[in-house]
Design a protein around this ligand. Structure first.
Ligand SMILES: C[S@@+](CC[C@H](N)C(=O)[O-])C[C@H]1O[C@@H](n2cnc3c(N)ncnc32)[C@H](O)[C@@H]1O
Length: 212
């Protein structure tokens, strides 16, 4: 495992809300899921379709919780890469990572990664951190780094049933509403395969069409 530093090109101040208190965030996220986080994230890993020997990228990986589940899914012949702008979160992930995980400091909208280099891209609870003006670029980057036929699994807060719940506040904090994952994927030429809800989350699964 290793950590690579990446400086974003251009547009200073567009990196989004970096997670600089990763331990606190891990505790808050765990509490928000009320003991169900492992089950929900294991479901996300399964929904992503990650299989043994796959190359997987997790965008906005935070402390690496999902990367560790994905690492088990892809096995020793596979490789999981986590990317996050918060160097502290990346260091936290690195300390806990199995041998088939590596990490990169960087942002979703400007990935320092080659074209068509991943079978699966995942992103959980990160799109609401990305500045609204950068969301289209972030989805373009997801498309670019996926191989044709590769899968995107993106999940973020679903619209809350009651507007005053804590996760309603988190959802509204940056964008004022739930992230339009389907619209962003469709605008980027992804083919939408599925969408659904999990505790606290809604997700989409989309494919980069084989002939692109
Ligand atoms: C709430 S945490 C989610 C972490 C992890 N994916 C999870 O599900 O627990 C959101 C993460 O998005 C990261 N982030 C903020 N701006 C970002 C950007 N422009 N691109 C990628 N990640 C970003 C933050 O640093 C943070 O680690």
């Amino acid at each position: 495992m290793n950590v690579k530093q990446h400086t974003t090109h251009g547009r200073p101040g567009t990196e989004g809300a970096r997670l600089d208190h990763v331990g606190l965030n891990e505790a808050i996220t765990g509490a928000a899921f009320g003991g169900r986080r492992r089950r929900v994230y294991a479901r996300i890993a399964a929904l992503s379709g990650a299989r043994p020997a796959d190359r997987v990228l997790d965008i906005g990986c935070g402390g690496g919780y999902l990367t560790r589940l994905l690492a088990a899914a892809v096995g020793p012949a596979g490789q999981v890469t986590g990317v996050d702008p918060a160097a502290g979160a990346v260091r936290h992930a690195q300390r806990r990572a199995p041998a088939n995980c590596s990490y990169l400091v960087g942002v979703a909208q400007d990935l320092d990664l080659p074209d068509r280099s991943f079978d699966v891209v995942t992103s959980t609870l990160a799109t609401h951190h990305i500045p609204e003006a950068e969301l289209a670029a972030a989805f373009s980057e997801m498309f670019r780094v996926l191989r044709p036929g590769g899968t995107l699994l993106a999940a973020d807060f679903r619209p809350p049933a009651r507007r005053h719940t804590p996760h309603a506040l988190a959802t509204r904090n940056r964008h004022g509403s739930a992230i339009p994952l389907e619209d962003l994927a469709a605008a980027t030429r992804f083919r939408l395969d599925a969408h659904g809800e999990l505790p606290l989350l809604r997700y989409i699964r989309a494919t980069r069409p084989p002939a692109t």
